[in-house]
Design a protein around this ligand. Structure first.
Ligand code: PMP
Length: 354
């Protein structure tokens, strides 16, 4: 009954979204803060008869708003239903196993190998440095083993470690210009250095972003990509091959409002960074190892414990964190930064449990 293609696939296992009881959710990097109050005001006065009409398939007004915000033009912007959807277009549009293997870091977003299996693209995991930072020389130094592209999150997931802009520039200078380099900036707003400024000089650079984290809109499903008009056109060809990928009318409108509320944004980012600093120091005081994070989560381990045990014991106490059954990082858990109260509650549990 099933196609052979489907039988060989392993589905992506997303972070737990429990329905059975209420947990303090620190496992999927959602924001603890409600989105901009301007959205509420907009929804209250929204003329719902507009929902009779199909949305603009090119999301032009939203793309223009984004373009203005990032100093680009709308032909540099693509939007999709979450960055995961955009990433699936990216795999389809740019990576071709005929040209070589796709490269990504040893520890990275767990969706990347899933897309590779789906689109039948072989890949190579590139070892990271002993401190878990990305190794640009290793990413580039693959003579005799050609690659069809590079993809990495910056800051990386699940480590939270950021790659500085000078290293990104170095990578782009040395990597073949006819292969696409995708930087997944899902967490960039929490202190990393964005590569948006390099788009004008590197036609093979594509940046993928999401409104799920820094805009507190994970429930909306809105992501965007920025790159040269040639790359953006390729994404539109992929999207337009089916009529089902258009971003909904309400999502387009809410996205515009969220992106324009700069005061709300600055305040929430500052709070999350402040809580991250406080929480990292407090965990270290409890003798945890905490990697230096530029994201809205920290990656940490308590010597002598496994990530799974930490996860299970905290779950019994009503707190969800994430562990990874991956060689080399089995000791770690990834903990989303919540409010200061959330983190104090977690710290009390970690103090008594471990
Ligand atoms: N990229 C990375 C690195 C992520 O961690 C996530 C969130 N799981 C995504 C992309 C997808 O985000 P979304 O589909 O919610 O935009």
């Amino acid at each position: 009954m099933l196609s052979r293609r489907l039988m060989s696939l392993t589905p992506y296992v997303p972070g737990e979204q429990p329905r059975d009881r209420s947990y303090l959710k620190l496992n999927t990097n959602e924001s603890p803060y409600p989105p901009s109050p301007r959205i509420e005001a907009f929804l209250r006065s929204y003329d719902i008869s507009l929902l009779r009409l199909y949305p603009d398939p090119w999301s032009l007004s939203l793309r223009q708003t984004m373009a203005k915000k990032y100093g680009l033009t709308e032909d540099h912007i693509f939007v999709g239903n979450g960055s995961d959807e955009i990433l699936s277009f990216v795999w389809y549009a740019f990576f071709d196993g005929q040209y070589g293997r796709l490269l990504f870091p040893q520890y990275t977003y767990s969706f990347y190998p899933v897309y590779c299996d789906y689109y039948d693209i072989s890949y190579r995991r590139i070892p990271v440095n002993p401190d878990f930072s990305l190794n640009v020389d290793a990413l580039i130094g693959n003579e005799g083993d050609p690659s069809c592209g590079i993809v990495f999150p910056n800051p990386n997931a699940p480590t939270g470690i950021a790659l500085p802009l000078d290293k990104i520039r170095d990578l782009l200078e040395r990597y073949p210009q006819d292969r696409v380099v995708v930087i997944d900036e899902a967490y960039i707003d929490f202190g990393g250095e964005s590569a948006v400024g390099l788009i004008s000089s590197h036609e093979n650079l594509l940046i993928v972003r999401t409104c799920s984290k820094s805009f507190s809109l994970a429930g909306l499903r809105l992501g965007y990509a920025m790159g040269s008009p040639g790359l953006i056109r390729a994404l539109f060809i992929t999207k337009d091959s089916f009529n089902s990928y258009t971003v909904g009318r309400l999502t387009q409108a809410i996205g515009e409002i969220a992106l324009e509320d700069e005061d709300w944004f600055a305040d929430k980012i500052a709070r999350i960074i402040e809580v991250r600093t406080f929480f990292s120091a407090a965990l270290e005081e409890q003798n945890w190892q905490v990697l230096p994070s530029k994201a809205n989560f920290v990656f940490a381990r308590k010597p002598g414990e496994t990530g799974q045990r930490v996860y299970e014991r905290l779950k019994e106490r009503g707190i969800l964190v994430r562990y990874f059954n991956v060689e080399g990082i089995r000791d770690f858990v990834r903990i989303t930064i919540g409010t200061r109260e959330d983190m104090n509650r977690l710290l009390e549990e970690t103090k008594s449990l471990f």
